[in-house]
Design a protein around this ligand. Structure first.
Ligand code: SIN
Ligand code: FE2
Length: 221
């Protein structure tokens, strides 16, 4: 007998759901979530970087960060001897940060929705570039005006060991391996958790080469 229309909706073959690992009450790793966006994401990234190239920034304490930074969106996160803050203009060019590409916004909102944050409107995307050896020390994201919105963090390229800690720097951290295409979302009661990245190991990623690139989407203002 020929299959009927009903067969198309039979649920004996459940739809493949991307894996969602819970790392906190309101914190998730969405495994491979960014992969379907890559074809549009990477050319859009090239456009952003052509206008606002990666650069090394200095912390208020005078240390040069090992990750190189760029930004897009209305607000770009910057640091120098005067402190951490969001600026409308790229301090290197004096021009507004590049617009957030539509595909960046779509990905960030889809990931937030998947983690239970339906109304995420990021106005900032920090872009971090890590070469092997580069790291991000434990810190809280707290330069935003409100903590109501979640953080959406996209990993591309070389693997990383993400540290997801507690509410004090000295609290024990979970070690969360992150691969190309993984997206971490944390918000709500987990919004102010300490987090960081261990030094990136030597390696070469087939698409991105000897680097890891991270997008951090936030609502800054
Ligand atoms: C950050 O917290 O700014 C970056 C996190 C990451 O690179 O995964
Ligand atoms: Fe952060």
């Amino acid at each position: 007998m020929a299959p009927t229309t009903l067969d198309l909706f039979a649920d004996d073959e459940p739809q493949q759901q991307p894996r969602r690992d819970r790392i906190g009450e309101q914190a998730f790793v969405l495994r491979g979530f960014a992969l379907p966006w890559l074809e549009q994401l990477l050319p859009a990234l090239e456009g952003v970087l052509a206008a606002a190239p990666f650069r090394q920034m200095v912390t208020p304490g005078g240390l040069t960060m090992s990750a190189a930074l760029s930004s897009c969106g209305t607000w770009g996160w910057t640091t120098d001897r005067n402190g951490y803050r969001y600026t409308r203009n790229d301090p290197q060019t004096g021009l507004p940060w590049p617009d957030m590409p539509e595909v960046f916004l779509q990905l960030a909102q889809a990931a937030a929705r998947e983690a239970g944050f339906a109304a995420f409107v990021p106005d900032s995307c920090l872009i971090n570039r890590y070469v092997p050896g580069a790291k991000m020390s434990l810190h809280q994201d707290k330069d935003e005006k409100s903590y109501a919105a979640p953080i959406v963090s996209v990993s591309l390229g070389l693997p990383a060991m993400f540290l997801f800690g507690g509410f004090h720097r000295s609290d024990k951290s979970q070690r969360v391996p992150l691969l190309h295409g993984d997206v971490v979302v944390w918000g709500g009661v987990d919004r102010l958790r300490y987090h960081g990245v261990l030094p990136i190991k030597d390696g070469r990623h087939s698409q991105l080469g000897e680097q890891r690139i991270n997008f951090t989407f936030r609502t800054a203002n």
